[in-house]
Design a protein around this ligand. Sequence first.
Ligand SMILES: [Zn+2]
Length: 66
Amino acid sequence: MARWICSVCDYVYDEELGDTAAGIPPGTPFGDLPEGWRCPGCRVGKEAFVRLEEEEEEEINEEEYL
Ligand SMILES: [Zn+2]
């Protein structure tokens, strides 16, 4: 499950938790949120959100190990 952060107010939408206050059940992927869904923090639309990576991965070029 991914997490998404609002670029305006830093609210984090966690797919694992959903947004129960807005009737979004836990486990709802960000892509499945209704178009009318708004950030609970600042009311911007989904387009203002950016995906948070699960882990900070350093850029490792696997080919170097072959
Ligand atoms: Zn926001």
